[in-house]
Design a protein around this ligand. Structure first.
Ligand SMILES: Cc1ncc(COP(=O)(O)O)c(C=O)c1O
Length: 407
């Protein structure tokens, strides 16, 4: 979003106009930003055979999937429904990695039947996989490296108390199970957490994976997961992707020499690709002065963007209707029937009832984590590509609320 000719614009389209044209609340995505982020990542790792599997849990609108497919991305899916969506969007089965957690073996079998690549994160499922398929279907192993990293405990996945992956200390057991069941392990994977800016954490994880890889002779790829941090506030520290690309690529190429043949390097970013592309546009329904603060009550809430309440996440908020207004301090709250704060103590240009506010960084884990809590309708979604805005999901109606209720 840029400030051009006294207006906030996305690809030269005034943001306030989007809210007028499509109504609010509204999710808007800047398609050019998504392409830019994908290409930046590709470029940073140009020295290796990098495969970028977009973690579609972040934002799964089929138009976003198609856009990324056209750029050359592949897909990371965590549920059979995401796999089906990816195939529906046109990804080939071999472009899709299925990385479920704590699912039944039935779901794994369904994914195998669809032909996608399988990532296994516990020994019980690995044994069942071996009994069912022997060496006919290869699989990848998700390792828990026991590294504590990530912006919030709910998005830290690689520590010792986490439910994800097979402990790095259980690898001897994995090797035994694989050997006795003749399982073809073609990849090793780890994902430490989200919002990691320190290149050293990634390098530390990479060394653990390199070390583990020595026990597996038939590998085709190593998957380093994701966790790249983007800016939520101005001057936020972020992952220096270009620096990380240089460091990891150099070390990866050295490792491939040690391993004896070239391997593919996989990543599965969500937030890095789509977070900054997205805005949630909301309207100020009421300005409410209390003894302690001035609340802006908006026509949205944690049912549409849960990150502030769930992860204590900071999302910058901008009043796009009154950019020249005097700044005042507000707390921006939603309409949900419990504490529902989108931003505490924010300096905003004076907010008047009816003004449109843009909530930034709403591309990742915004719409995809939204719900109908309080029987509220989910917003519409708009994608802007090549300077043209188009509706990519209709606003819900009351019919969507009652559709599956049986009277
Ligand atoms: C296994 C796995 N891969 C990739 C991701 C995407 O992470 P991010 O959105 O931080 O890039 C996640 C996020 O939860 C994950 O659990």
């Amino acid at each position: 979003m840029e400030f051009v000719n006294k207006k906030y614009c996305i690809q030269e389209i005034p943001v306030e106009q989007l809210a007028l044209d499509y109504g609010s609340p509204l999710y808007v995505y800047d398609g050019e930003k998504i392409k830019h982020q994908y290409q930046r990542l590709k470029e940073a790792f140009r020295e290796v055979d990098v495969h970028i599997k977009y973690a579609c849990k972040a934002l799964s609108n089929i138009n976003i999937l198609k856009l990324l497919k056209a750029e050359g991305a592949e897909l990371d899916c965590v549920s059979i429904e995401e796999v089906e969506l990816g195939l529906y969007a046109g990804f080939t089965p071999t472009q899709i990695l299925f990385t479920p957690n704590c699912v039944s073996f039935e779901e794994i079998k369904n994914a195998v039947a669809l032909g996608v690549k399988i990532n296994i994160d516990n020994i019980s499922i690995l044994e069942q996989f071996g009994h069912e398929y022997g060496n006919k279907i290869p699989c990848c192993i998700r390792i828990n490296p026991h590294i504590m990293a990530g912006g919030n405990k709910n998005i830290s996945t690689g520590h010792i108390d986490s439910k994800f992956g097979i402990s790095i200390y259980q690898l001897r057991h994995v090797v035994r199970v694989a050997k006795t069941n003749n399982i073809h392990i073609n990849g090793l994977h780890m994902h430490t957490g989200s919002d990691i800016y320190d290149a050293e954490v990634f390098l530390q994880g990479a060394e653990l994976l390199f070390d583990a890889a020595k026990d597996f002779k038939d590998l085709e790829f190593l998957d380093f997961g994701s966790g790249f941090k983007v800016a939520y506030k101005e001057d936020d520290i972020t992952t220096d992707i270009e620096d990380l690309g240089r460091k990891i690529s150099k070390r990866f190429n050295e490792f491939c020499e040690e391993y004896g043949r070239p391997l593919q390097l996989w990543f599965e970013p969500g937030k890095f690709i789509v977070s900054e592309s997205g805005y949630l546009l909301v309207s100020a329904s009421v300005i409410k002065q209390t003894t302690a603060t001035v609340f802006v009550g908006v026509n949205s809430g944690q049912n549409h963007l849960i990150r502030p309440m769930f992860y204590d996440a900071y999302h910058t908020i901008v009043n796009v209707s009154n950019p020249a207004g005097t700044t005042r301090v507000y707390t921006v709250v939603g309409y949900i029937c419990e504490t529902d704060t989108l931003g505490w103590d924010r300096k905003l240009n004076e907010v008047r009832e009816g003004d449109v506010l843009a909530i930034k960084n709403a591309g990742a884990y915004g719409y995809s984590m939204s719900s109908n809590y309080n029987s509220r309708l989910r917003p519409a979604e708009v994608l802007i590509e090549n300077g043209v805005a188009r509706l990519i999901r209709k606003r819900e109606t009351f019919d969507d609320i009652i559709r599956n209720m049986v009277e």
